[in-house]
Design a binder for this molecule. Structure first.
Ligand code: FUL
Length: 682
């Protein structure tokens, strides 16, 4: 028998060598709960609480439970929208800084139990946890450590209160996938009537290690988010953009919530970070986190949302998009439309992975278990790797025929740690490799966008890594153009510049009110518009022969010869509605430079996030000499505060050289502001 053993062992050994052995992990590595979390990638935030009804972003803490009064609250609608949008979970503001809680907590009266909603019998945390279950979504909790309502905030008693409430939340509502601890902390507040400023030591006050222990004990599978983890960290801004170089590794012990230098220093992670703390990008679909009617027209555009997707999920973070649920208790229809469009666009972009049908080979392989084909099987658990000691290697992809593409997606198998430091994508041209694009880190997922490229053979070159590259997936896609109308800008001399929303698009326009077609005027340089004109413009994708919806501009006289009287500030007539003029005497007088016939005027209110001096009641006057004035119109701009869009007022034709818009009342009593003032001549 013995004489057979050695050859058998040799055979086994060579078989193993052929198959290869798994690479050793590079620490830090993710915990199982973090691996489960990273697969979710995309989930929704719900800011809905007292601020929804007080119309604020941060309540002071002196609000009354009676104010919380949604009329059509439907948590199932939230879950339905999120699931149709492709999201995998929802996180709700169970308690925000103002301290009001959405469940009937036994530890406070500042709760839905004392509100008119469902006669005080409601429990929104329960309703949402059930709705999430019904729609197959994970359920998460936002809990603000800062509490501007609680009398004991700042004292040790409050820490007991916080632990009691967390215990309720993490015990009574089933599985929680993420607990979100906000970093905003301490300051002035109501504090049970004390009305004072209370500062806390952010590092020690909450006794975080014990809070973490409690969460682990009650929800062992939940990840905890805060500025610096412990499980998931903040991306460092609220506009939806991760750093291009982004490590999941973090010097976690040097970080605490609310650190002033966090956004620059720690938000990108650190190559040599000690702990696995991947980033999450949190961003609202509107300017505010909470609902304000006056932001109904400020929902992010599809182009912006698509950028956010690529700049977050495509840069190794998860994406948490916020819905400011409205006072009815519903996700507003504008927000719903926007998020569903994003979902459709992303589906379309990644519909066909061109790598799955291609021939994939590698410059070097660790063994047959780690062969190149593993990157094209769409199975995260299998991966390509190289022999120990090597920190580079290339994957070659042969499509079999010239193929057009514009997206590269790479996933590292980060269960063994994040490694890649530099990589590039190249195409073969007459036997030579030419660079298409390059980048640094990969992590769980990296997506690069670039203009259309045609090639039969491409190569992903992993140029540098912390240890052997371990690549789970490589995808190449041809995303259809984002067929949006062009953006427009008019100069004071009247010229309109059109900008395409994506590369390789053609632009067409009309000046007669008709819908643009391929037979319309092709755009090549700024369009002069010297009189009242309707301009319609569309983008056209020659690859798909599709035309976008048109953008429509109702333009009037250019403002080049105009002058504001009594001020050097021309911001109300600069064709830029994002700048504004503040008047000291409540009015704005313009010299039109010549006598013209006008039939009305336009007023664009100030467009800033927190506008002031919006004119609600007005008088509009004309004058031939600048001293005798005739009133042509007066009245109110209805609903202008809630919907601060351009206001048009018409009257009988009149010849005039000077015009004047007078505020007889502004919304907040502050000095009248003017985003833009114009005339209507048609
Ligand atoms: C911030 C908070 O102060 C905002 O109100 C919002 O909740 C956002 C998600 O986090 O720190």
């Amino acid at each position: 028998m013995k004489k057979y053993v050695w050859p058998f062992l040799a055979l086994v050994l060579s078989y193993c060598q052929e198959k290869g052995t798994p690479p050793a992990p590079v620490e830090p590595t993710p915990a199982p709960r973090q691996i489960a979390w990273q697969e979710l990638e995309y989930y929704g935030f719900l800011h809905f609480n007292m601020n929804t009804f007080s119309d604020r972003e941060w309540g002071f803490g002196d609000e009354k439970p009676e104010q919380f009064n949604p009329t059509e609250l439907d948590a199932r609608q939230w879950a339905k929208v999120a699931s149709e949008a492709g999201m995998k979970g929802l996180i709700i503001t169970a308690k925000h800084h103002d301290g009001f809680v959405l469940w009937p907590s036994a530890y406070t009266e500042h709760s839905v139990k004392n509100s008119p909603w469902k006669d005080g019998k409601g429990d929104l945390i329960k309703d949402l946890s059930e709705a999430c279950k019904e729609y197959g979504l994970k359920f998460g909790i936002y809990y603000s450590p800062w509490d501007r309502n609680h009398p004991d905030y700042g004292k040790p008693e409050y820490i007991t209160y916080m632990r009691n409430q967390l215990t309720e939340l993490l015990t009574n509502y089933g599985e929680i996938f993420e607990v979100w601890f906000d970093g905003a902390n301490g300051g002035d507040g109501y504090y049970g009537g004390a009305n004072e400023t209370r500062k806390v030591d952010k590092l020690t006050y909450y006794n975080w290690p014990e809070v973490y222990e409690l969460v682990r004990e009650l929800q062992p599978n939940a990840v905890m988010f805060s500025d610096g983890g412990p499980d998931v960290r903040w991306v460092g801004n609220e506009h939806g953009e991760a750093f291009e170089t982004n490590w999941a590794n973090l010097m976690r012990d040097s970080v605490y919530a609310g650190m002033p230098d966090y956004p620059q220093k720690y938000a990108p992670g650190q190559e040599n970070g000690t702990h696995w703390v991947p980033a999450e990008t949190n961003v609202s679909i509107r300017p505010g986190w909470y609902y304000h009617t006056y932001e109904d027209h400020k929902v992010r555009s599809l182009a912006n949302l698509v950028d956010i997707y690529y700049n977050s999920i495509g840069r190794n973070t998860s994406l948490l998009i916020n819905f400011p649920v409205d006072t009815r208790g519903l996700i507003h229809e504008n927000d719903e439309e926007a998020i569903l469009k994003l979902g459709e666009k992303i589906k379309e972009d990644f519909a066909v992975n061109l790598v799955s049908q291609a021939v994939v080979t590698a410059s070097v392989e660790r063994g047959s278990d780690y062969q190149a084909e593993n990157v094209q099987d769409e199975a995260y658990e299998t991966y390509w790797s190289v022999p120990d000691g090597q920190t580079s290697g290339a994957i070659e992809i042969d499509f079999g025929k010239p193929t057009v593409f514009n997206r590269l997606l790479i996933q590292e198998y980060v269960v063994l740690g994040q490694r890649i430091k530099a990589f590039s994508l190249e195409k073969e041209v007459n036997g030579n490799w030419e660079k298409i694009t390059e980048a640094t880190t990969v992590g769980h997922k990296r997506i690069l966008r670039f203009p259309d490229v045609e090639a039969q053979k491409v190569r992903v070159n992993f140029l540098d890594a912390k240890d052997v590259p371990v690549i789970a997936e490589v995808g190449i896609y041809h995303a259809p153009k984002l067929l949006l109308p062009p953006t427009t800008k008019r100069s004071t001399s009247g010229e309109v510049t059109l900008t395409a929303p994506d590369t390789d698009l053609e632009l067409y326009y009309t000046l007669d009110g008709s819908t643009p077609t391929k037979e319309s005027q092709a755009y090549s340089s700024p369009i002069p518009v010297n009189q009242a004109t309707t301009l319609l413009a569309s983008s056209y994708d020659p690859a798909t022969e599709k035309m976008s919806d048109p953008v429509r501009l109702d333009l009037d006289l250019p403002k080049a010869g105009w002058k504001a009287i009594g001020t050097a500030d021309m911001k109300a007539i600069d064709e830029n509605s994002n700048s504004y003029f503040t008047s000291e005497n409540g009015m704005l007088t313009i010299d039109l430079g010549q006598t013209i016939e006008i039939q009305g005027f336009s007023y664009m209110p100030m467009q800033a996030r927190y506008p002031s001096g919006i004119i609600t009641n007005f008088q509009f006057q004309v004058s031939q000499n600048g001293s005798n004035w005739e009133t042509m119109a007066s009245g109110e701009f209805s609903n202008i505060v809630n919907s601060p869009i351009e206001q048009l007022v018409r009257f009988d034709p009149v010849n005039t050289r000077y015009i004047r818009l007078k505020a007889t009342k502004t919304a907040d009593g502050n000095g009248a502001t003017f985003g833009e003032l114009g005339v209507l001549t048609k």
